[in-house]
Design a protein around this ligand. Structure first.
Ligand code: FAQ
Length: 330
């Protein structure tokens, strides 16, 4: 029922000769790094790809509140609670900027939400994993926000103006999120033996799901070629995953924690680490709705939508009343 069953169909990238005059002019603007704005002409595929990616991204921010929201009432100190509350609120804000960016492409927030709730749209696989102990909240900030930033910093230069501008603000906030996560990990890693064990356990469980956030390996990424030609994506999935590993391994070493990968090794020649691929069968299984928390996440989102119906209806009735009064006054 809650499978994220949108089927991927990777179409080939058109050569210059195959493009219409409008498409060629559009590609020239992209190549010259001129931003595309909502009222500009754009190929239908560009519009659809943006709606899919921005919508998925917005849904990830909203569903992504659930694993951390789970710990607001159980944060170990008042200060940690206030920080976590602020972070979770930021994620809601990110969702709203992104839905607003998607709306400029002609799709409403309600339509996107309905597609999430009935399984036609995806959200990031990472949020189908549980947060079992307080160190997981540290690991989410450090690894999940860390992976999110790695992906989103280049997206500040993405070709679609409203998406690019939303990313600039989101990235600033994500940096704070990443640091608060690393700060929790520092405290845990320097704490008692039991706390250090919790930190290592969190890293063990969240390492590979974090690597999966960058998407399938390049050979299986159906959208990358076209999305990169349109500068909707700036780097390939594998390029970003490599950068994330290279940045994160020294941070784990500084914490005195061990990345759970026997094959992890510095490769002098490539100037980066060799590392084990995540289990891609598990990744695709999670996308099919079979992760540890898929059902729970979607039940919570459906309940929130249903329970909020009276607020939406009240706001609509109020807006209609105001419109009638305004017309009468004119
Ligand atoms: N999970 O051809 P590609 C965050 C799907 S924000 C689920 O490579 P693409 C903040 C993909 O949609 C995290 N599905 O696809 C936060 C496609 O299926 P479709 C979200 C995935 O789009 C932190 C199929 O696989 N960030 O965490 C995933 O070119 C803490 C084939 O894949 C963004 O969304 C996945 N991990 O590249 C919040 C960033 N990976 O649609 C709270 C923007 C792939 O054809 C707490 N998005 N798929 O049915 C992107 O950069 C891209 O969309 C990728 C995927 C890189 C995610």
């Amino acid at each position: 029922m809650y499978a994220q069953m949108v089927k991927s169909t990777g179409a080939g990238v058109k050569s210059r000769e195959e493009m219409s005059a409008e498409e060629a002019a559009f590609q020239d603007r992209i190549d010259a790094d001129i931003k595309i704005e909502p009222k500009d002409w754009m190929p239908e595929g560009y519009r659809k790809t943006l709606i899919r990616q921005i919508g998925q991204h917005a849904h990830s921010e909203i569903v992504g509140q659930l694993p951390e929201g789970n710990w607001i009432t159980r944060a170990p100190t008042l200060e940690r609670k206030a920080i976590l509350l602020a972070k979770v609120q930021d994620e809601a804000g990110h969702g709203l900027y992104l839905y607003a960016a998607a709306e400029t492409l002609g799709v409403s927030r309600d339509e996107l939400t309905e597609q999430l709730l009935d399984g036609r749209m995806k959200y990031s696989s990472i949020f189908n994993y549980p947060t079992l102990n307080w160190a997981d909240i540290g690991a989410v900030g450090w690894l999940v926000d860390g992976a999110a930033i790695m992906n989103q910093v280049p997206l500040q230069r993405t070709s679609y103006g409203p998406y690019s501008r939303a990313m600039i603000r989101i990235c600033k906030e994500e940096s704070f999120h990443q640091r608060q996560g690393y700060d929790i990990m520092m405290k845990m890693a320097q704490g008692t033996e039991a706390q250090k064990k919790m930190a290592q356990d969190a890293l063990n469980r969240l390492w590979y799901p974090s690597l999966m956030m960058f998407g399938p390996s390049d050979k299986d990424s159906v959208h990358s070629a076209q999305s990169m030609a349109w500068k909707i994506k700036m780097d390939s999935n594998d390029e970003l995953r490599q950068k994330f590993v290279d940045q994160t391994v020294p941070q784990a070493e500084y914490l005195g924690l061990t990345v759970p990968d026997e094959n992890l090794k510095w490769n002098e020649e490539k100037g980066g680490y060799d590392f084990s691929e995540p289990d891609w069968d598990e990744f695709f299984d999670v996308l099919q709705g079979n992760g540890p928390c898929n059902v729970d996440r979607m039940e919570k989102r459906n309940a929130a939508w249903d329970n909020g119906a009276w607020v939406r209806e009240g706001l609509m009735a109020h807006a209609e009343k105001r419109a009638v009064l305004k017309t009468a006054a004119e």
